[in-house]
Design a protein around this ligand. Structure first.
Ligand SMILES: [Zn+2]
Length: 134
């Protein structure tokens, strides 16, 4: 049985982001390195995504909500979210993850609506600690 995947808007994500139990998973490929990214997001490129699922589960330890996105969240984001859900279903474990979501309109929509972006080159991004609270 495969779990359902829901969509979340950028404004919903912005308010959820303050919770410590959410992980944002950027599955863009090269674009991440020159387009900026959502502060604190993890990077698991779609082209190697399947192989990296175990390390994603590791990186998301302690989180119960994973939000996937790519540039537009039309192809890569939903596909990786689905693969991740299928993987958990096959493993018959949930790794503590209750919600799998997709960011509507992806990174481009996030940036276009003026949400804060991070342009650091750190891996993993620690951007959240540097974002001034408003
Ligand atoms: Zn960053």
């Amino acid at each position: 049985m495969s779990r359902s995947i829901s969509y979340i808007t950028s404004s919903q994500l912005l308010s959820l982001k303050r919770r410590p139990n959410i992980a944002i998973v950027d599955v863009r490929d090269d674009e991440r390195s020159y387009d900026g990214h959502i502060a604190g997001s993890l990077h698991f490129a779609s082209d190697t995504f399947l192989d990296k699922i175990p390390s994603l589960i590791d990186a998301a330890k302690g989180k119960d909500t994973l939000v996937f996105h790519c540039a537009l969240s039309q192809v890569r984001g939903p596909r990786c979210a689905r693969r991740f859900a299928d993987y958990l279903a096959e493993m018959k474990e949930d790794a503590g993850i209750k919600n799998i979501m997709i960011l509507e309109r992806g990174y481009n929509g996030w940036e276009a609506s003026g949400r804060p972006v991070c342009r650091c080159t750190e891996i993993p991004c620690k951007g959240d600690s540097k974002v001034p609270s408003v």
